[in-house]
Design a protein around this ligand. Structure first.
Ligand SMILES: Cc1cc2nc3c(=O)[nH]c(=O)nc-3n(C[C@H](O)[C@H](O)[C@H](O)COP(=O)(O)OP(=O)(O)OC[C@H]3O[C@@H](n4cnc5c(N)ncnc54)[C@H](O)[C@@H]3O)c2cc1C
Length: 387
């Protein structure tokens, strides 16, 4: 690696890489093939500090920064994209929102258990009629005395049926589309919470994606994050970090795909020549490696901005847009380099190709990232370029 990483960053990267290769790889292989959630891996990740990576020490975390977490995510994603998305949602969304918007009581109650890997986190925004259009959500949270009563359903929730803390967004004011949404920490043990449909996905077979149903689900008023009406702001602030995480995941998938492609192309011979020696293969390798480097630099830049407390909505969207598309391009080309065997489950490239696809869909589709980027660029133009 030729990046100017600090000694500590290099050490974290190496720890994550060693763990991913030695401990995660065999579990990932079986879990993705059979389609189960490898529960035990998260306790091991917690032992390394990776389930509370940006959580301060007073709440049981290791108090590192976004940059460090991105180094870890790339390594984990290169071996198991499913594990990396579970970790990304847990750290970038759940832990981060509780730390930044939770009361002292909420932080003390949830963060130590999340950081210890005792419970996992989930983040529930999407509804059947509110996907890209988050503000269209219909789920309600009505205040009754010292409680909010939640009614509605969330779909596509990663880790939803394995989480001990779910950040749920619901409407507290039916008349205000944007400012009528609030955020809550919901414990699955709360009455009225249940699991609905479990999605059968194309990829990410070792992660869970489920529907969450709320029927008069009673949540203590103290579990409100921030203030009433701040939900959308919290949702998007969380997603700024989440999107950098998905970008890092994409870099990990792309890197693994390119490595698989090169490995195969060095071994396979046709027309008395190794596949790797054909010029068309070398173009794929060069384009893929360049895509990966560029995507990684966008991830690092967005992470550094977040750590410095600078605005980074545009940069996070750029990192996600570019890295997710790069992951799909690289996985496509690497599968092509395999020929027909790339289409079989004998080779890991088949899984990488399927896992890459979702990076352009969740935490905002590529189209939505473009809307976010264009809005910021036009605003910058109007602010800085004189009439
Ligand atoms: C595996 C997986 C895990 C997920 N995990 C979570 C989770 O943990 N929590 C959660 O809340 N959600 C989760 N999601 C949901 C995900 O965030 C949404 O699927 C995503 O935001 C897109 O919403 P949608 O599927 O309703 O698509 P739609 O919004 O219906 O979009 C359909 C198409 O129209 C395009 N489109 C929509 N609006 C516009 C526009 N204004 N301009 C141009 N094009 C547009 C989209 O880009 C897309 O191509 C997950 C999804 C998947 C597949």
């Amino acid at each position: 690696m030729k990046y100017p990483l600090t000694e500590q960053e290099r050490m974290i990267q190496k720890t994550a890489r060693d763990f991913a290769r030695k401990e995660l790889a065999p579990v990932a292989l079986e879990a993705n093939e059979k389609g189960f959630f490898p529960e035990e891996i998260y306790a091991k990740l917690a032992e390394l500090g990776f389930m509370g990576i940006t959580v301060p020490e007073e709440y049981g975390g290791v108090n590192l920064d976004t940059m460090s977490f991105m180094l870890v995510l790339e390594e984990i994603a290169a071996v198991c994209a499913s594990t990396s998305v579970t970790m990304s949602v847990h750290n970038s969304l759940t832990n981060w929102c509780i730390l930044h918007y939770g009361s002292e009581d909420l932080r003390a109650r949830y963060l130590p258990r999340l950081a210890a890997g005792e419970i996992l986190g989930a983040y529930a925004i999407t509804e059947s009629e509110a996907g890209s259009d988050v503000a269209a959500m219909r789920m309600t949270a009505a205040k009754k005395g010292n409680e909010y009563v939640l009614n509605g359903a969330k779909i596509f929730i990663s880790t939803g049926d394995r989480a001990g803390a779910v950040i749920v967004f619901a409407r507290t004011d039916p008349n205000d589309r944007a400012k009528g949404i609030s955020a809550f920490v919901v414990d699955p043990a709360m009455p009225g919470f249940s699991i609905g449909k479990v999605e059968k996905k194309m990829g990410l077979k070792a992660s869970r994606t489920v529907e969450l149903v709320f029927e008069d689900c009673r949540v203590p008023a103290g579990n409100l994050l921030g203030r009433e009406g701040q939900g959308l702001k919290i949702a998007f602030a969380g997603l700024d970090g989440g999107r950098i995480g998905i970008a890092a995941q994409s870099v990990g998938i792309a890197r693994a795909a390119l490595e698989e492609g090169i490995r195969y192309a060095r071994e396979r011979t046709q027309f008395n020549s190794r596949i790797v020696d054909f010029q068309s293969t070398r173009w794929k390798i060069a384009d893929g490696a360049t895509d990966i480097e560029a995507a990684r630099l966008l991830v690092y830049r967005a992470a550094k901005l977040r750590d410095a407390g600078d605005t980074h909505t545009k940069e996070a969207a750029m990192a996600k847009l570019f890295a997710s598309r790069a992951a799909n391009r690289v996985a496509y080309d690497a599968l092509q380099m395999h020929g027909g065997v790339g289409y079989t489950q004998e080779f890991i490239i088949e899984r990488l190709f399927r896992d890459a696809r979702v990076t352009e869909l969740y935490e905002g589709t590529s189209e939505i990232q473009r809307l976010v980027i264009a809005r910021a660029v036009i605003e910058e133009f109007e602010r800085t370029i004189p009439e």
